[in-house]
Write a protein that binds this ligand. Sequence first.
Ligand code: CO
Length: 459
Amino acid sequence: MNNVHISETVLRDANQSLIATRMPFSDFESILETMDSVGYHALECWGGATFDACLRYLNEDPWERLRRIKQKVKKTPLQMLLRGQNILGYRHYPDEVVRLFVARSAANGIDIFRIFDALNDFRNIEVAVDEALKQNAHVQGAICFTTSPVHNLENFVQLGKQLEAMGCHSICIKDMAGIMGPQEAYDLVKALKATVELPLYLHTHATTGLGPITYYKAVEAGCDGIDCAISSFSNGTSQPATETLNYALKQAGYETGVDDLKLKEVNDHFKPLRNKYIESNQMNPFVMGVETDALVYQIPGGMLSNLIAQLEAQNALDRLDEVLQETPRVRQDLGYPPLVTPMSQMVGFQSVMNVLSGERYQTVASEIRAYVRGEYGRPPGEINPELMEKVLNGEKPIEGRFAETLKPQFEEAKRALKGLARSDEDVLSYLAFPQIAEKFLKERDERESTVVSYTIREG
Ligand code: CO
């Protein structure tokens, strides 16, 4: 019978989806060695929003976190989610920065790079893929799954072939919204397996309740691995539960390599943490239920809560229905981009503006302008010609790879930090999130000078 790999997401995606990535290292340090002995295919622990949240909210150096995880997790590969040419931010970086970021991530402990581009424009991941290959890491190319009149089985298969040709070691189908149905998963996995030689992984969220059945059908179609979260941090906007899928798959004769008793130990560690986060209002029980609106609106759960928050801030929650009707129209105008970061935020923000201003595109957000100019890459479909004309005003959009127009930034960033940086990693943190990294590095110096002066006084 087949093997099915299970990757654990509690440290990254579950953490991000349920508690906005607020889990400090100290909350999971003591369970890492046990997690290492479970038999997971990989531990997803870095990238996505973890980097930003460490610096912004947790007063942690994300690189230090990675090194400390690596010290305890010696056997299980560590996996990160990388946004291709965007690294972990919301804009494109020059190639030298992307290469250095990948190289330093590998040197600090990342074994598996899962790399995606929000538009599935793989020109935006080729540099990151190439560098990760050079670092002898496992390179997993990801395809963002979405539904639209311009997305079909044939497109996704073509994307899979492209990833194979780029030298990726495996492919991930990334269903960030949790809207992939079991039959869709079955057909997609079958089609990819029939044309591509590489191992295939499926990533979904339990948001709409489809997750477990979608995984099961995907495995029946030959899917090699799935992403799950330990039960106390599973379901809702997180991944389906590790224990549940492990149990169901083993019963059907699949080999997962996962030790059931160790899983219980892991869950016994995280269960009280879940209660702690609920009591401190960091985990909202709302995100843990089944939310089927995403099936109606075809937008990710996280995007829905962002729209609600934006409207609440404007005292305009009563316009939510209009915004939800506007969102697919804006997406259509933009050529049906998959609604994943940063596109989900961009489409959402423009939809809110279109509704609240009373006139569509009266104001066009600067990111949307950049998108229309081609700075994010090639959209899956056609951009609405009227919107194109309004933004470009006679100019020509960029046809090539936007990153090629960018000048190197590393040395300049290093100079700007004026000695605050102690390593290339510090400079990379600054390039990814300038203000918050600078603040973090300043405070680090202050903290440490306090410690030094204490020592002197006591001495
Ligand atoms: Co995800």
